[in-house]
Design a protein around this ligand. Structure first.
Ligand code: PHE
Length: 486
């Protein structure tokens, strides 16, 4: 089967950045930044993105481009006899589950657009907005309808293929996203009292910064750059050999971070200008911001722009998630693209039903003390993602070999890759260890250990420290010998 490729560099960048830029940037990043000490957290986040995010992204791009295969096929090609392809299956499964609930939130955004256009949203009293939001998400038919709309749009793009679908629409949507962001940013910072919001976002408060903030920063860097779920790998497999992966990864990262910061500049000055609470968590965009738009002249107009912005960010991410699953099914089982996309989308809709209902009629159902939606989110974001992340690093660093990866990254010498040594140390030692720590903290394992015995977490940390040293020693030993060519 002939594989599709990205036709232009700009299209490739738009698609990869489109995947990275999503709800995580517009809603979560500003919120966790505020919570963790503003600019102090941004600094930590930037270090994490550069130190861990970029090397892991490079590894995924390299793996995809080297093998020219989907997330499962890539492992099979490089290690045919071993079970590493299970890592690929884990990634594809993660993409599938994330998409099943990500599309629900995107659906809420779409329903808000329809309500913003008609002026309904800005006609509601601020005090009633919380109930209004709960009223919407707890229904059965409406959220399912909007979920269907999101999946249908996503499927429409993916069916068209990489060049004529993913690339074409990303190239069209991403510039619109930036224009909307700029319009909204100008609106927000010119409001009376906006400076307090900028202060909230950018004034460093190192006292709020804890070791947990650092882990939160790495975790978010991973999620925000769409790592660990085979997306970057799959997109990598559609990249031509002449492309410079280092500059591509840096550009995607810069764009992703830029959008996150710009979203903060849109949200907080407006929230502060109208004297609202910046810490409302998930309700921030659905409850707090509509109150802001209500008080603003031409509020419906700006509300429509704002929710259109989020919808674009979300759709370019759902496209990338669906592409991972579709690429896997078309190539591993030789199913035609259109058929695979439709079947997978139907499956996604069905799997999404319990999550949707968990905000309404099934709100009492709980799995390990969490609602169905939260359980899916926890399972994928806190368990599958870090786990897959560690495995990708180990595979690229130790099995395929960072030297081989570095050759692919430099397009076999066509580009210089000056930081190869640093890259190699990060994928082989630093990234697996740090991601492993995230796993221990975010799954609650550390807390459990603490409740069993207060010394236990320290012992575990000691073991991790020891392991790090062993890995580092091994790394430096293999660094001096020659890796086998793959
Ligand atoms: N990177 C996206 C965001 O920041 C989220 C995402 C996660 C997209 C996983 C695709 C896959 O919102």
């Amino acid at each position: 089967m002939k594989r599709d490729n990205f036709a232009t560099r700009l299209g490739l960048l738009a698609a990869a950045a489109g995947s990275a830029v999503g709800l995580g940037n517009i809603w979560k990043f500003p919120y966790i930044t505020g919570k963790n000490g503003g600019a102090a957290f941004i600094l930590v986040y930037l270090v994490c993105i550069v130190l861990i995010g970029v090397p892991v992204m490079l590894s995924e791009f390299a793996l995809g481009r080297k093998t020219q295969a989907n997330a499962v096929g890539a492992y099979k090609k490089l290690e045919p006899k071993k079970s590493w392809y299970l890592t690929g299956i884990l990634s594809v499964l993660t993409a599938f589950i994330i998409l099943s609930y990500y599309a629900i939130i995107a659906g809420w955004v779409f329903s808000y657009i329809s309500k913003a256009i008609t002026g309904k949203l800005t006609s509601i009293a601020p005090s009633a907005l919380g109930d209004y939001f709960n009223g919407i998400i707890s229904q059965t038919a409406q959220p399912l309808f909007w979920n269907f709309v999101v999946l249908a749009i996503t499927a429409f793009v993916v069916i068209a293929g990489v060049k004529d679908g993913v690339e074409k629409y990303s190239k069209m949507l991403m510039p619109i996203l930036f224009v909307l962001l700029i319009i909204l940013m100008v609106r927000s910072v010119t409001l009376h009292g906006a400076s307090k919001g900028l202060e909230f976002l950018f004034k460093p408060d190192f006292s709020q910064l804890t070791p947990a903030s650092i882990l939160e920063a790495v975790g978010h860097a991973f999620y925000s750059l769409s790592l660990g779920m085979g997306i970057i790998m799959t997109y990598g497999s559609y990249i031509k050999k002449e492309e410079n992966l280092v500059s591509l990864s840096l550009q995607v990262t810069v764009l992703d971070t830029l959008v996150a910061l710009m979203a903060g500049i849109v949200i907080f000055p407006a929230v502060f200008a109208y004297g609202l609470e910046p810490n409302s968590g998930p309700a921030l965009i659905f409850v707090t911001l509509p109150a802001v738009f209500k008080s603003m002249p031409f509020g419906s107009f700006f509300a429509t722009l704002f929710f259109a912005l989020i919808a674009i960010a979300a759709i370019t991410s759902t496209i990338s998630l669906l592409e991972v699953v579709v690429a896997c099914f078309t190539e591993q089982f030789s199913i035609e693209r259109k058929k695979a996309t439709i079947l997978i989308s139907i499956a996604l809709f069905i799997v999404g039903i319990p999550s949707t209902l968990s905000f309404g009629v099934w709100s009492d159902v709980s799995i390990f003390g969490k609602s169905i939606f939260d359980a899916f989110d926890f399972l994928t974001s806190n368990i599958f993602l870090p786990f897959a992340g560690i495995l990708v690093c180990i595979f690229v660093g130790w099995i395929w070999g960072s030297k081989n990866a570095a050759k692919e990254i430099s397009s076999y010498g066509a580009f210089s890759f000056k930081l190869e040594k640093v890259y190699s140390f990060v994928v082989k030692v630093l990234a697996p260890v740090v991601i492993g720590m995230i796993f221990l903290y975010f799954t609650g394992i550390m807390d459990k250990l603490k409740s069993v015995g207060t010394m236990l977490p320290n012992i575990v940390l000691g073991v991790i420290g020891l392991l790090t040293i062993i890995l580092a020693l091994l790394h430096f030993k293999t660094e001096n010998s020659n890796a086998s060519e793959v």
